[in-house]
Ligand binder design. Structure first.
Ligand code: ATP
Length: 525
């Protein structure tokens, strides 16, 4: 049996790791660039034969955690197209925009806020470099805190960064785009492509995609591709409440595509123009929203922790500047290969959305409380996670390139077994002597419960590697002994351990190891 080398593997940079993850996911059929034969479409990706399975499993785990474990949460599937007034009421037509700026020489487009944030990050990077240098110089006697608060050069950088941040914050609050441009000019920020400072004015760019509905141009109206799934829930609030006889507090869950014309889309499937969200709106009595906000913060973190990912890969980030409709908001951030970034948002949205839809539609969207004999517009706690970002989080956490004792490299995806695309590989040791037939018999039992792969090509070692690379938790090998005593070996992906078990017991053993039920059972609320 080959074992993993216990020596520490050579460290590779985060950028390199991220590149490896992207190429691995293409090589093994997880994610492809969209319409690749035409050189792709910027920030749009297709999920391949294994990607679609992993994505489906993540979605199912989220869906069951919401709708099966909570008796008071139900799901819907609203259309992507919605009446255009929906987006007036939600504020997206007027305010769902990012400040953009073009460089006149390179003709490249940037998010003005990102240019400024990156400039500030560079200054902060200089501080870190100073600290690093000093730590080397002073050795064990180095007092970092003291150095950061007294060293003149560090203080100067610090002051510069704070001044820019303060100016930028104030410009954003006043929606003063001329001032945002002036900050870029004053900071002497150059275009990374042309190297010039030849900038256009800053203007707001709405992120919603629009299209025309109707067959004749005169009667065609502009409609939008939804930028979030949440509004489909709000407009159906009363339909669901009435037909489902829902009592407050209750939730409506939905998964589906959302579209945003992101100005700068990059980092693979982290920021795309077409992506999928998994959102749940929880309707509560006004005044009780903070209690439920805390509840959902904990509940969602518990869901993440049930995936077996180290706790220190996650952190909460409270929003300092709240959106006008929110009275509390935070992100669950995940440590991607490019640093801690938002994976999920938890927002206390007050009654903003329902009230606005009442106003724009002229229809009452209220809950009649039989206990107090009065009606009110419920408050809402929202949990909103990007399915593609969760996919990337799992992929980047599970991808490992190990050097084995014999010096060979093993690429492995240590995905949680219940989410793995293929659960079991069925492998006859050789292509003769009745072993393939025996293997087919096993396939014919297991395939009704699990996605299994039959593979008889190449050496058994090569076949194990192929399954490791796609994250298959278990390989079942049928050898000559199997014909004699009806036993097979089952090989475990993570530690490459092999054990001999009877064929009769296989369905129960596999079920126990890959069942989603076990993970769901850890989610008691
Ligand atoms: P960001 O600050 O990264 O742009 P956001 O705050 O605009 O995200 P929300 O509007 O809160 O995001 O959307 C909820 C979730 O949807 C995010 O936490 C993220 O997981 C996902 N999401 C948002 N935009 C994208 C995108 N362009 N591509 C992939 N996922 C996205």
């Amino acid at each position: 049996m080959t074992t993993a080398n216990t020596e520490k593997p050579a460290q590779i940079s985060r950028e390199e790791l991220f590149k490896n993850i992207i190429s691995h996911s293409k090589e093994y059929g997880f994610v492809f660039p969209s319409s690749e034969i035409y050189d792709g479409l910027s920030a749009v990706y297709d999920y391949g034969q294994l990607g679609v399975e992993l994505k489906k499993n993540i979605r199912e785990y989220w869906w069951k955690a919401m709708t099966q474990l909570h008796e008071n949460i139900v799901g819907i599937d609203a259309a992507i197209f919605m009446h255009p007034t929906t987006w007036k009421a939600s504020g997206h037509v007027d305010a769902f925009s990012d400040p953009l700026i073009d460089n006149k020489d390179s003709k490249k487009r940037y998010r003005a806020d990102v240019l400024i944030e990156e400039h500030v990050a560079k200054i902060e990077g200089k501080i870190d470099k100073e600290v690093e240098k000093a730590a080397k110089r002073f050795g064990a006697t180095f007092d970092e805190k003291m150095y950061r608060t007294t060293n003149p050069r560090v203080l100067e950088y610090q002051k510069k960064a704070e001044e820019i941040n303060a100016r930028f914050k104030s410009a954003l609050e006043k929606n003063d785009l001329a001032e945002v441009q002036q900050i870029i000019v004053d900071c002497e920020i150059v275009c990374p492509v042309s190297g010039s400072r030849n900038w256009t004015d800053v203007r707001q760019f709405n992120l919603m995609f629009s299209t025309q509905m109707g067959s004749v141009s005169e009667e065609a109206g502009t409609i939008y591709l939804r930028p979030e799934t949440a509004q489909g829930i709000f407009v159906n609030f009363l339909n669901v409440q009435k037909t489902g006889r829902m009592k407050i507090p209750f939730g409506i869950a939905q998964t589906g595509k959302a579209f945003r014309n992101e100005i700068v889309a990059r980092q693979f499937i982290f920021r795309m123009r077409e992506f999928e969200q998994m959102e749940m709106q929880y309707f509560v009595k006004p005044g009780e929203e903070m209690k439920w906000y805390e509840f959902w913060k904990q509940a969602r973190m518990k869901w993440h922790n049930s995936l077996g990912i180290a706790q220190d890969k996650y952190r909460f980030h409270d929003h300092i500047k709240l959106a006008h409709y929110a009275n509390a908001a935070c992100d669950i951030e995940f440590e991607f290969p490019f640093g801690f970034k938002e994976l999920e948002g938890i927002h206390s949205r007050t009654d903003f959305d329902l009230k606005n839809h009442e106003q724009f539609s002229g229809k009452k969207l209220q809950y009649f409380d039989p206990e107090t004999n009065s009606s009110y517009v419920p408050y809402v706690i929202e949990t909103s996670i990007g399915l593609d970002r969760m996919f990337l989080a799992l992929l980047s956490n599970s991808y490992k390139s190990e050097t084995l004792e014999d010096g060979t490299i093993r690429d492995v995806l240590n995905l949680p077994a219940f989410l793995a695309p293929v659960k079991v590989a069925v492998l006859p040791l050789v292509k003769k002597d009745g072993l393939p037939e025996k293997a087919r018999e096993i396939m014919d039992v297991l395939k009704f419960d699990h996605l299994c792969q039959y593979d008889e090509k190449d050496s058994i070692g090569k076949r194990y590697r192929r399954q490791d690379a796609i994250g298959t938790p278990f390989c079942i090998t049928i050898d000559h002994q199997s014909l004699e005593d009806s036993t097979v070996t089952i090989r475990h992906r993570d530690d490459m351990r092999q054990e001999r078990v009877s064929i009769e017991k296989l369905p129960a053993i596999v079920e126990d190891k890959v069942s989603m039920k076990k993970a769901l059972k850890t989610l008691t609320y």
